[in-house]
Design a protein around this ligand. Structure first.
Ligand code: SAM
Length: 479
């Protein structure tokens, strides 16, 4: 029980006005004061769920499956281990195999699961720090094209770091007020997630001060932003496409009322797709309208709200716009790309790359495959795909992201790091080899089966190629 949790009386009075009859305010308050159980999601781009389960069994980590997410688990570690080594410093985390994510926050991407099977182009309109973006990328298995947008510059950096850690290569990052997408990219997306900025009333179990600045007026103010964003999402969605709207707040002002606004603005052009059967037991949180209103005491989680819509008709945007900006990339010339692929074939037995190779000056980029060229040219991207190398006189020198995102394609020149090697590697040191090697050139380093980086074979060691900004701060890592 966290007795420091700040819950203002005015907030409680407000909640009393809309809490459903089958729930009590006493249980709600108790639950707000109870710390959250930690949950993680297995990043299936790097590790299978089966492999994760057996890794947990080896280390006496207790896991309980999250019923609504096939890759989610509540996780408990032995207390002594937890004190000695934060989860973020463990091999499974450093290698990008797991992502710490609150269980109810796994729901919005899950509500898009069926759509994603056929979706090529997806927009995550308010994406940082990237929990749900990384979940969407894993659900798409790095295929298709996902535009991840974030308005705040500092949070955009966090989003970019998340995507690097999990090995995403099918993402275009943008940095706009999400309200522009309807005008700039009308009807371009098969699926859109709008995990909207909100008053965060549902997050009080994680952050005891979450309600410090709470006021009814701030709920109303944020709902104006949410309405502008949901309108933009409607226009950016293709007819037949699916929109999921979610918040981590409880007030109907930011939830049901925003959905109602959408349905009224575009009467006959959009309909609710009920979520009452999204998972067994979803009924407990389903509203009459088919939304999920997750109160913290229902599933012992954070509070959340999720709504799903299908667009059934079109309405032209009044003034479609174009926000092009410079596009300093060009496809790598055929001869040069054939030579590059030959280099990859020889070193790693990789015969093809999953995307289009582009160049900008000396930089070599792998762009996701797009089904519509306009996607690349309608808006200015902060980044598209990943930089896999840079050209120099003897060919292409590979970058870290080549290994962390595409290393699983390699069939040779791969080295499995032991725990001791991995500690050296993440601390920027070279890896000593027991017996001298005859291999030469670049080598992909793997940890627990996940590709984590690049090194260079040298006689008695593998030279560490980890960039300075990725090196840990000297804290000793032991497993
Ligand atoms: N989807 C994220 C995740 O799962 O990690 C969490 C998103 S958080 C609820 C909402 C985000 O919207 C914040 O990062 C905030 O900076 C961003 N934001 C605020 N106003 C915005 C706007 N007008 N357009 C786009 N993003 C906005």
């Amino acid at each position: 029980m966290n007795s420091n949790t700040y819950i203002p009386d005015a907030f409680i009075d407000d909640v009393k006005s809309y809490i459903p009859e089958h729930l009590t305010i006493e249980d709600f308050i108790k639950s707000c004061q109870t710390p959250l159980k930690r949950a993680v999601r297995v990043n299936t781009l790097k590790m299978s769920v089966d492999a994760f389960e057996s890794e947990c069994a080896k280390r006496d980590w207790i896991i309980t499956p999250v019923p609504w997410c096939d890759t989610g688990y509540w996780l408990e570690r032995p207390a002594a281990e937890e004190d000695a080594l934060p989860l973020g410093r463990t091999d499974l985390h450093l290698s990008g195999c797991i992502y710490v994510q609150e269980a109810s926050s796994m729901l919005p991407p899950m509500a898009l699961k069926d759509t994603l099977k056929d979706a090529h182009t997806v927009l995550d309109m308010a994406a940082a720090p990237g929990s749900k973006t990384s979940q969407l990328v894993a659900m798409l298995d790095n295929e298709g094209f996902l535009v991840a947008n974030e308005y705040s510059s500092s949070r955009l950096k966090a989003l970019s770091a998340t995507l690097k850690r999990v090995g995403a290569h099918n993402v275009g990052l943008t940095h706009f007020d999400g309200a522009v997408f309807g005008d700039y990219m009308p009807e371009m997306f098969d699926a859109i997630l709008l995990d909207a900025p909100c008053s965060g009333e549902g997050t009080v179990r994680k952050d005891a001060d979450a309600l410090k600045n709470w006021s009814l007026q701030s709920n109303v103010d944020i709902s104006d932003v949410q309405k502008a964003l949901i309108k933009s999402a409607f226009h950016a969605l293709k007819v037949g496409g699916t929109l999921v709207y979610s918040t981590c707040t409880l007030t109907p002002i930011e939830n049901q009322a925003v959905c109602q606004y959408l349905l009224e603005q575009y009467k006959g052009l959009i309909e609710v797709q009920s979520l009452h059967d999204l998972f067994p037991d979803a009924d407990k949180a389903a509203t009459e309208d088919g939304f999920l209103h997750i109160w913290p005491q229902i599933y012992d989680s954070e509070g959340f709200f999720i709504a799903r819509f299908k667009k059934t008709g079109s309405q032209a945007v009044s003034e479609p716009k174009n926000k092009k900006g410079a596009f300093p990339f060009s496809p790598m010339p055929t001869k040069q790309s054939a030579t590059f692929i030959q280099q990859l074939k020889k070193q790693f037995a990789i015969n093809a790359l999953p995307g289009e190779i582009y160049i900008r000056d000396k930089e070599v980029w792998l762009f996701p495959n797009v089904d519509n060229e306009r996607l690349l040219h309608s808006v200015k991207y902060s980044r598209i795909g990943i930089q896999i190398g840079s050209t120099h006189k003897n060919g292409v020198r590979l970058e870290h992201e080549f290994a962390s995102c595409l290393g699983h394609l390699a069939k040779q020149n791969v080295f499995d790091l032991s725990s001791e090697h991995a500690a050296d590697y993440f601390n920027g040191k070279d890896i000593r080899l027991q017996t001298p090697t005859t291999h030469t050139g670049e080598v992909i380093l793997r940890l627990r089966g996940a590709s984590v980086g690049l090194g260079k074979w040298q006689k008695n060691k593998i030279k560490n190629s980890l960039a300075r900004d990725l090196i840990l701060d000297g804290m000793l890592i032991t497993w």
